[in-house]
Design a protein around this ligand. Structure first.
Ligand SMILES: NC(=O)c1ccc[n+]([C@@H]2O[C@H](COP(=O)([O-])OP(=O)(O)OC[C@H]3O[C@@H](n4cnc5c(N)ncnc54)[C@H](OP(=O)(O)O)[C@@H]3O)[C@@H](O)[C@H]2O)c1
Length: 282
């Protein structure tokens, strides 16, 4: 695959799978490692057994975390994990989608079993993953509330949040009715404070950190933590939402690959809306 663009994700340089071939740090050291596992690019070559892609096809996808990532001019991945790039997006926009949108899709659809009319609270709704959670939940017919920084209230409303809450100056507990689903992208005290706004039978999906399973059991709700997995079928559902005009990646900035270090530093130090993307080759 000739990579045209790849995105970086908050925290990824701290994940065990970035440095070893296991998720719990027990795997073999695989340094030097290439980070950034979501990409958009062009098929440069294919294995003899691969029939579905031709050279020149535009594809995008999420690369398994225990393989080298896409912050490089070329990357290899199993053919079944690539999906056709949404035609309406540039490579830079498309590269902002796979990891973040699949995390949002798997949280809402696979783990929370979200249905139209349900109420969802998203902590961190303006970030790389949160901007997809808000849009996908709204596209699935949910009533969405999101906590964000004070500068992002209008932004998250524009994504489809009916209720935008400033996490610095407001307490979400005081502002919303009980919800069926909480998706937590920030960790810290937010998930523990969320049990009180979860309706009976509800689910707290932790993406930044695992929620407490004992507290969930005590309150008769579900607690879920998961690591996003490559999934072409899910990505194709996401592509359809994009092409229907119901989902749009939020790209905060695009940097050349040579400024990859600055891209990761921006994740740690700077306020952002949506994803930081690396432009590669082309
Ligand atoms: N489990 C998985 O498979 C998986 C997959 C993807 C990501 N993740 C993890 O999920 C987390 C989020 O990733 P991301 O890419 O969305 O990060 P991100 O782009 O940094 O977004 C985080 C957002 O949360 C906001 N925020 C910070 N503290 C907050 C608070 N107390 N209340 C409400 N909003 C707050 C930030 O605003 P400011 O910019 O104003 O601080 C930012 O908009 C990271 O920890 C990442 O490692 C896990």
């Amino acid at each position: 695959m000739a990579v045209r663009a790849a995105s970086v994700t908050a925290g990824e340089l701290g994940w065990d799978a970035t440095w070893t071939d296991g998720f719990d740090g027990s795997g073999r050291d695989r340094t030097p490692t290439i980070p950034s596992h979501e990409f958009s690019g062009v098929v440069a070559d294919r294995g003899d057994a691969v029939t579905e892609w031709q050279r020149g096809d535009e594809v995008y996808g999420l690369i398994p975390f225990t393989r080298d990532g896409a912050a490089a001019e070329y990357v290899t991945l199993p053919a079944g994990l690539a999906a056709a790039k949404p035609p309406s997006l540039t490579h830079e926009q498309a590269a902002a989608v796979p990891l973040a949108a699949l995390t949002a899709w798997q949280a809402l659809v696979d783990h929370a079993h979200l249905r139209a009319g349900r109420r969802v609270l998203v902590h961190g709704g303006a970030g790389g993953v949160g901007s997809f959670v808000v849009q996908i939940a709204a596209a699935l017919g949910a009533d969405v509330a999101a906590t964000v920084g004070p500068d992002d209230l209008d932004f998250v409303r524009s994504l489809g949040a009916a209720t935008a809450i400033d996490h610095v100056h407001q307490r979400f507990e005081d502002l919303i009715d009980p919800v069926d689903v909480v998706v937590d992208l920030v960790g810290g005290p937010a998930p523990a404070r969320s049990w009180d706004v979860l309706a009976p039978g509800g689910v707290l999906v932790g993406i930044a950190a695992p929620p407490d399973p004992l507290e969930a059991e005590r309150r008769d709700v579900r607690a879920v933590f998961f690591v996003v997995r490559p999934d072409r079928t899910g990505l194709e559902s996401i592509t359809r939402l994009i092409e229907d005009g119901r989902l749009m990646p939020a790209v905060d900035r695009v940097l050349p690959l040579a400024e990859g270090r600055a891209a990761y530093e921006a994740l740690e130090r700077e306020h952002r809306r949506g994803k930081v993307v690396l432009r590669i080759g082309g």
